[in-house]
Design a binder for this molecule. Structure first.
Ligand code: GLY
Length: 350
């Protein structure tokens, strides 16, 4: 096996791994000055439960809706479903829910998944058409079937059978933009579009009783090929929860996360003792070390662990993520990684 494909902790890879951890701290400091908001130190990235961490500034109202559910005595899974449901209902959001950019055929196809730490349960739907709240349908898959994932027409039939209300398939605004896009494509005789707007909501929760939950929802890559599924509904790709360790979620170009089981890797690195933010940084570093595009990939991770430590990291300038506790609700800046920040990764990239 080529060294860059070997993730086992051999003595050599353990040395690289530890060297990577040391670089993380240096990188955080080195990139802070390039950002509008400061990147917090690892010591500041800790809070008591309930703790919601989600991707992007649009995760803040989602977290707050989830917190309101807990405050009213709701279950953690209700909080995840309700919080992500807020983003799915936001018709100004062009990357989640039915306000999302459609696929190349002008149809919005949605992906979502949900995980419960207790019981290590999961539910997922992909390429779902005509339903505004895939997160609720993913939860229903988890709670009422013996399966984990339903896709396409079958997922739609399941939703209908379960009594979910159908929504409009694509917003008027997005339909008009799609028509323009299609005209440009025909004129240029091109096929599938470049990645456009792939900002997922991933939300992870350390509940008051110490259990961990997560969910993820997206309309995916704008103007994607019909049937394309990204990382967001893939357990271990766009989301992973281990009740013994913590949780991680992803946003960015799904193809570059799912090929590396990105969220699973973040959790696995936390299992080996890393702080959640270091685990996010190290995951990006390991992916960049294996991928021909290196740090030019667009990938971002959030993570939290059982003790309430949390963090995030992205490629390039990093990204903004939202953190909500009973005391505060904030949008924070993650550190970012570029090849100029840290130089050759782990010495294993040709
Ligand atoms: N990360 C969302 C997607 O690529 O579909």
């Amino acid at each position: 096996m080529a060294p860059e494909n070997d993730w086992r902790m051999t003595p050599m890879s353990r040395r690289r791994f530890l060297r990577g951890s040391a670089l993380s701290a240096a990188t955080v400091g080195a990139t802070t000055s390039l950002r509008s908001a400061p990147v917090l130190s690892l010591q500041q990235l800790s809070a008591s439960a309930p703790l919601f961490v989600s991707t992007w500034p649009f995760g803040k109202p989602a977290n707050e809706a989830g917190m309101a559910v807990l405050t009213a005595g709701g279950l953690p899974l209700d909080a995840i479903e309700r919080g992500i449901g807020v983003t799915e209902s936001d018709t100004t959001n062009s990357s989640v829910g039915l306000g999302g950019i459609p696929n190349a055929e002008g149809v919005v196809q949605l992906d979502a998944c949900i995980m419960s730490g207790p019981g290590h349960r999961a539910g997922s739907v992909a390429a779902l058409e005509g339903y505004a709240h895939p997160i609720a349908i993913a939860r229903r898959v988890m709670e009422t079937t013996r399966h984990v994932m339903l896709v396409g027409e079958g997922a739609g039939k399941f939703a209908e059978h379960q009594g979910f209300e159908r929504g409009s398939v694509v917003s008027a605004k997005q339909k008009a933009a799609w028509k323009m896009w299609r005209k440009e494509q025909q004129q240029a005789s091109r096929g599938e579009g470049k990645p456009k707007n792939h900002d997922t909501i991933a939300m992870i929760l350390l509940a008051p009783d110490g259990n961990i939950y997560g969910g993820s929802s997206t309309s995916g890559w704008g103007y994607k090929l019909a049937g394309r599924v990204g990382d967001s509904p893939i357990i271990g790709g766009g989301l992973y929860v281990s009740n013994k360790v913590g949780a991680a979620g992803a946003t960015g170009i799904g193809e570059n996360v799912m090929r590396y089981c990105g969220s699973f890797l973040v959790v696995e690195l936390m299992r080996q003792g890393m702080h959640p933010q270091e685990a996010c940084l190290e995951t990006i570093r390991q992916i960049a070390a294996m991928d021909p595009k290196g740090f030019d990939l667009s990938i971002n991770f959030i993570a939290l662990d059982r003790s309430g430590r949390f963090g995030a990291a992205g490629t390039g300038q990093g990204f903004e993520y939202s953190v909500t506790t009973r005391e505060s609700s904030r949008v924070l800046q993650s550190p970012g990684l570029t090849s100029t920040d840290i130089g050759p990764v782990g010495g294993n990239r040709k």
